[in-house]
Design a protein around this ligand. Structure first.
Ligand code: ADP
Ligand code: MG
Length: 393
């Protein structure tokens, strides 16, 4: 799945429509509280500036229903201007004659940010006429918004069929790392999966079962498997609808010779609260009225050992309720093992990424995916429409 990137085409002098993911969190006053996503797009934007292209950026922000004054992208333009250290113009709209004029007036190295693309319902409907109007602004399309690549919207998919279409640096890195892990992993290849519900991750489990050497399962999810095997899980969060799927998965793993490892012990708590009473118990013997809130120390050591011996590791889903500090140890131990492993390490998923950032090890992971839902769908082996529409190398 080698896709053309911005470096495979000539951008000089061209008007380049760039789909970025500037969907940043804001406080009540519209102040941007985390500009990671803007920073993540800088290499592509800087490259276009350095190569005398005329950059026309487009993103969604929030979930507007029609025009929403609170979700205009002016604060994003202002922050981008600061980070880029050069003027960023802000268009008054996404499409239309005024925008066309602003796009046409751009000089080499100029940057224009269009208004919130989701002000138009045509965006999410992938309306062909809307896509055509977007495309008419530019000579070339660059998709750098991996986080929305799993959606076939006008600015992520429709427009890619109307212009030469390539990946930006951020998108290129996602495709390269996630693609390499799935298509051509150095072995042993280990997947660590956690989180709340089996149902959310079953697609990933099924796809990875056909590829990995070992599958480590933690989080609440592990206890649905343990329950399916007849264990006692007390009041641990149970995904009751997935008990059969869990049983089938255990059988499939056995049939395929994949080592599927569940936690042997657990941290049990009498409440989901930092001041709860806790004790370490065997994973299948959670006392009545207590819940497993983390994998236990023995399981954490075992998971870390398997990760340490791996050459490729994919991690999605925390090992416990890491948001509550006393329940974060399993996640911490596994995160540290990834950071120290002599392996290609990839972390995807909103909460998993938050966990490794909080633990301060993100910079020691080979690739931290910027797309929550998109990285999950990629790991499920699905074709992401925003990627599929880009030109092959
Ligand atoms: P990601 O966003 O990385 O894909 P998920 O959203 O699937 O991860 O799972 C994260 C959530 O799972 C966290 O909110 C965490 O508290 C929860 N979780 C993990 N282990 C448990 C557990 N033992 N009991 C209840 N919730 C859990
Ligand atoms: Mg999540």
């Amino acid at each position: 799945m080698a896709k053309k990137t911005i470096q495979d085409v000539d951008v000089t002098g061209k008007r380049v429509l760039v789909r970025v993911d500037f969907n940043v969190p804001q406080d009540e006053n519209g102040n941007i509280t985390d500009d990671t996503r803007i920073r993540a797009a800088l290499p592509t934007i800087q490259y276009l500036v350095d190569h005398a292209a005329r950059a026309i950026l487009v993103s969604h922000l929030g979930r507007p229903k029609g025009v929403d004054e609170k979700l205009r992208v002016d604060p994003v333009a202002a922050r981008l201007q600061e980070l880029l250290g050069r003027p960023v113009r802000k268009a008054s709209d996404v499409i239309g004659p005024a925008v066309a004029q602003q796009a046409a007036a751009l000089k080499e190295g100029d940057v224009l940010l269009l208004e919130n693309v989701r002000f138009y319902k045509e965006e999410e409907k992938n309306d062909p006429e809307f896509a055509r109007q977007l495309a008419s602004l530019a000579d070339l399309y660059v998709n750098d918004a991996f986080g929305t690549a799993h959606r076939a919207h006008a600015s992520t998919e429709g427009v890619a069929h109307l212009l030469p279409a390539v990946a930006g640096f951020l998108m290129g890195k996602e495709i390269e790392y996630l693609g390499r892990a799935l298509a051509n992993p150095e072995r042993p290849f280990v997947a660590v999966l956690g989180g709340a519900k089996v149902a959310d991750k079953i697609g990933v489990i099924e796809n990875l079962l056909g590829k990995v050497d070992s599958l480590l399962i933690g989080g609440a999810m592990a206890f649905t498997f343990i329950k399916a095997q007849g264990g006692e899980i007390g009041k641990t969060l149970l995904d009751a609808d997935s008990l059969d799927v869990a049983r089938e998965t255990l059988e499939k793993a056995k049939a395929r010779g994949v080592q599927l490892i569940l936690p042997t012990d657990a941290l049990a708590a009498d409440r989901i609260d930092a001041s709860a009473n806790t004790r370490v118990v065997p994973a299948g013997q959670i006392p009545d009225g207590w819940a497993a809130v983390d994998i236990g120390p023995e399981a954490a050591r075992q998971f870390a050992a398997v990760v340490s011996g791996a050459k490729t590791v994919v991690w999605n889903g925390p090992m416990g309720i890491f948001e509550v500090p006393p329940f974060a140890e399993g996640t911490r131990v596994v995160a540290r093992a990834l950071a120290e492993a002599n392996a290609l390490t990839i972390v995807g998923g909103g909460d998993s990424v938050a966990a490794i950032e909080e633990l301060g090890v993100a910079d020691r992971i080979s690739h931290v995916s910027t797309g929550g839902g998109a990285s999950l769908e990629f790991l499920e082996g699905k074709v992401l429409p925003g990627i599929a529409a880009l030109e092959e190398k």
